[in-house]
Design a protein around this ligand. Structure first.
Ligand SMILES: *[C@@H]1O[C@H](CO)[C@@H](O)[C@H](O)[C@H]1NC(C)=O
Ligand SMILES: *[C@@H]1O[C@H](CO)[C@@H](O)[C@H](O)[C@H]1NC(C)=O
Ligand SMILES: *[C@@H]1O[C@H](CO)[C@@H](O)[C@H](O)[C@H]1NC(C)=O
Ligand SMILES: *[C@@H]1O[C@H](CO)[C@@H](O)[C@H](O)[C@H]1NC(C)=O
Ligand SMILES: *[C@@H]1O[C@H](CO)[C@@H](O)[C@H](O)[C@H]1NC(C)=O
Ligand SMILES: *[C@@H]1O[C@H](CO)[C@@H](O)[C@H](O)[C@H]1NC(C)=O
Ligand SMILES: *[C@@H]1O[C@H](CO)[C@@H](O)[C@H](O)[C@H]1NC(C)=O
Length: 672
């Protein structure tokens, strides 16, 4: 009993929420109840029939709607609008399928219904039965004298029967010039219909116009006293039915909205899919026909070209990107904006992973390859140096290391640069250190992360063909892959940023607390300033604190370096560790990391080790021999006043300078 009750409540909720109405600007991914030939094409068209003979197609909104006031039992007002195309079969101009009907029905399957003149709604026994509970607005393209059809191009209101209550030839009054214009339903042209039922005066209005012409004020068919109270039951389905007989048309719906007790939402015409042109049709042997066919094809081709050009122009605007000739050589590294747009669902908020100093990052799924990516969007005004810039990105794409986030490629738009990376499922390390929503990392994970970052940085500094200075090492720039391996991200971005920033606005590159003191004097980023930041970073990981923390009053607390150094001098360096690590850790490793952090953060650049030495210390290949006294005379390692000035670091991140100092090791051996 209990689960049933739950299901019931759930359904009622769905139904209640659907009562406000719905809208489909194209049907891609739409959940409709389809029947017969009814189908949703990959372009997002709702196709009710193709050119199959004696066939029908149904499509209904999957949930029943309450079109009656549950307390008074009176029928509610409703309003709908939709766009359709009735495509005639080429070279059968005179004959076509039967047409399309907007349908309100008690059943969404319409069992026993027949195609042809029965419109997919009725059959020969129930064509006039009150048991049907069907209201249909038919767009009828075949004249059937038995049913009293007025012509082969009319709109009719059908209640439980194919004999229309009221009908009229299809036309519209153009509000621009007040002239009545005839419309041919089976023209292959999209047309928009508005159907409004006012419960108060039981008035049903139908208006039609070619797509793009605003809703005409003058109703095509306005019928009063359409009493639906016995036809409409509680829980009705709304949708469409279409049918073909011996002759055929393709029946399409492009967009549809429906609303109860209110005006149907306007469709967004720009989003509607378009109907594909017909393929080759059956050949007739007559020469005349072939000539006629050739002519028609030529005209169609012309139309297709114009249509295509309009389409291309429209798409080009949406997906516009900047692609210059010199970029051809970078082709394989270039992503199309369209793919990135699709991958990130149009850079939707829900795909936003985060926003940092360099721009927003979105997650995405590449169409086609189904590869998970992260797309970084950097606003980029200056066009100067674009070429070196892109070639740098591309060369950074060649950097390959298990502790670097792989840069896959780029795309350029006006004022925007997009960088495409491998997606790191676990996000950034700082969340695991500081956010209360993520579990804290244990010591072995943290030590693994530290070793990983060291290894990645060694690769950047010494093992690649050029020296790459990262310039912004910190926990939020370290990402974790699915196995919690550390991956450095954003390498080289500092350089991109320099190019992109407006020379008038000075922006600081790097982050306070990680900036080596000499940076504020020389402004030169070197491998040694990277080592400084790495020192701050590993202290951050071991202590679970940021290098500099601000009090609520705005003043800064003692820097992390000073805190750790203080504990060390008191002989209790392990007290500096992050309490969240607990007791499950290796003391020697913790001690090594804390001391190494201090050494890397040494205010004297020459006293800092190189990354190669750092890696050797971490791997236990060399002992770290250092005493707290070697830091004694030095000023506080982090000078906030210096660092908080805006610094422009225009020194290139990729340069051919020789890196770290080989003499540090001697320095260290002197230190005990
Ligand atoms: C479509 O809607 C129906 C009715 O709400 C639901 O039962 C069904 O699971 C939906 N199908 C999909 C694929 O969402
Ligand atoms: C129409 O669609 C049906 C079902 O998808 C398919 O089997 C048939 O070949 C199609 N016919 C034409 C003429 O396209
Ligand atoms: C149903 O009718 C009652 C009484 O006239 C009215 O108060 C209520 O708003 C109506 N409900 C809807 C959904 O129209
Ligand atoms: C007509 O449809 C009804 C159900 O709507 C069904 O019971 C009946 O058998 C059908 N008649 C024929 C001749 O198919
Ligand atoms: C409609 O139904 C009536 C009575 O049930 C029947 O006499 C008539 O032939 C049917 N019309 C068509 C077109 O099937
Ligand atoms: C429009 O159609 C009606 C009847 O269908 C016809 O009488 C009228 O002449 C047509 N008007 C034009 C301008 O074609
Ligand atoms: C509508 O039809 C119902 C049932 O036949 C009837 O009771 C009601 O009076 C009618 N309403 C109007 C306004 O004619």
């Amino acid at each position: 009993m209990f689960p049933k009750a739950l299901v019931f409540i759930f359904l009622v909720k769905l139904v209640a929420s659907s009562n406000h109405g719905f809208i489909f600007n194209g049907f891609r991914g739409a959940n409709l109840s389809l029947n017969g030939l009814g189908d949703i094409t990959p372009e997002g068209l709702l196709r009710l029939t193709n050119f199959t003979k004696e066939a029908l197609g149904h499509a209904f909104y999957p949930l029943p709607l309450h079109l009656k006031n549950s307390s008074t039992g009176t029928v509610l007002s409703f309003s709908t609008t939709f766009v359709f195309v009735l495509q005639p079969q080429i070279n059968y101009e005179q004959v076509c399928g039967h047409g399309i009907a907007f349908t309100i029905s008690h059943s969404k399957n319409l069992p026993g219904a027949l195609p042809s003149q029965y419109f997919g709604l009725f059959n020969s026994t129930n064509n006039e039965s009150k048991e049907n509970h069907i209201v249909a607005i038919e767009f009828d393209t075949v004249q059937n004298l038995d049913l009293g059809d007025i012509n082969d191009n009319h709109v009719g209101i059908d209640i439980n029967s194919l004999k229309s209550v009221n009908s009229t030839p299809v036309s519209y009054v153009d509000d621009k010039d007040g002239v009545l214009k005839n419309l041919t339903l089976v023209s292959g042209n999209p047309m928009q219909v508005w159907i409004d039922y006012s419960a108060m005066d039981m008035k049903l209005d139908v208006v039609i116009s070619p797509l793009g012409v605003p809703k005409p004020k003058h109703s095509l068919l306005s019928t009063k006293l359409v009493n639906l109270s016995t036809v409409i039951l509680d829980g009705m389905y709304v949708g469409f039915s279409a049918s073909n007989g011996a002759a055929t048309s393709s029946h399409y719906i492009l967009g549809w909205s429906f609303s109860i007790n209110g005006k149907a939402q306007d469709l967004d015409i720009s989003q509607l899919p378009s109907v594909p042109q017909q393929g080759e049709s059956k050949k007739k042997s007559s020469l005349l026909l072939i000539v006629a066919l050739a002519l028609v094809t030529a005209i169609l081709l012309l139309l297709l070209c114009t249509g295509g050009i309009i389409l291309i122009l429209r798409r080009r605007k949406k997906y516009a990107e900047v692609l210059e000739e010199w970029e051809v050589e970078f082709g394989p590294h270039r992503f199309s904006y369209k793919d990135l747009f699709k991958a990130t669902k149009g850079f939707k908020e829900e795909n936003l992973l985060g926003a940092g100093g360099f721009g927003q990052v979105y997650e995405g799924l590449l169409p086609g390859s189904k590869m998970e990516i992260a797309v970084k969007k950097i606003s980029h005004e200056s066009r100067q140096g674009m070429r070196e810039f892109v070639s740098e990105i591309v060369s950074m794409g060649r950097l390959r290391h298990r502790n670097l986030v792989q840069l896959l490629g780029y795309c350029r738009r006006q004022g925007e640069l997009l960088l495409v990376y491998d997606l790191m499922p676990n996000g950034s390390l700082d969340k695991f250190l500081f956010s209360k929503t993520k579990p804290s990392l244990n010591w072995s994970q943290r030590f693994q992360v530290i070793k990983g970052v060291a290894s990645g940085l060694l690769y950047l500094h010494e093992e690649w063909e050029q020296v790459v200075v990262h310039r912004d090492i910190k926990a939020s720039n370290v990402l974790l892959d699915s196995e919690f391996n550390a991956r450095l991200s954003d390498f080289g971005l500092a350089r991109l940023y320099d190019h992109g920033s407006n020379p008038q606005t000075t922006r600081m590159v790097g982050t306070i607390g990680y900036l080596a003191p000499e940076l504020s004097k020389t402004g030169k980023a070197t491998t040694s300033t990277d080592v400084y930041a790495f020192g701050a970073f590993i202290l951050e990981v071991a202590c679970g604190r940021r290098p500099l923390e601000m009090r609520s009053t705005g003043e800064s607390t003692p820097g992390l370096v000073d805190i750790v150094l203080d504990y060390w001098k008191k002989g209790v360096i392990l007290n500096a560790k992050d309490p969240k690590v607990g007791s499950n850790y290796v003391e020697e490793e913790m001690e090594l990391v804390l001391k190494l952090g201090l050494l890397c953060s040494h205010p004297e650049p020459t006293r800092r080790p190189s990354m190669r030495q750092v890696v050797r210390f971490l791997e236990g290949d060399a002992p770290l021999l250092v005493s707290p006294d070697s830091f004694s005379a030095s000023a506080s390692a982090v000078n906030c006043d210096d660092a908080s000035d805006n610094i422009i670091l225009s020194y290139p991140s990729i340069s051919h300078t020789t890196s770290a100092t080989d003499s540090v090791l001697e320095d260290i051996s002197l230190m005990h």
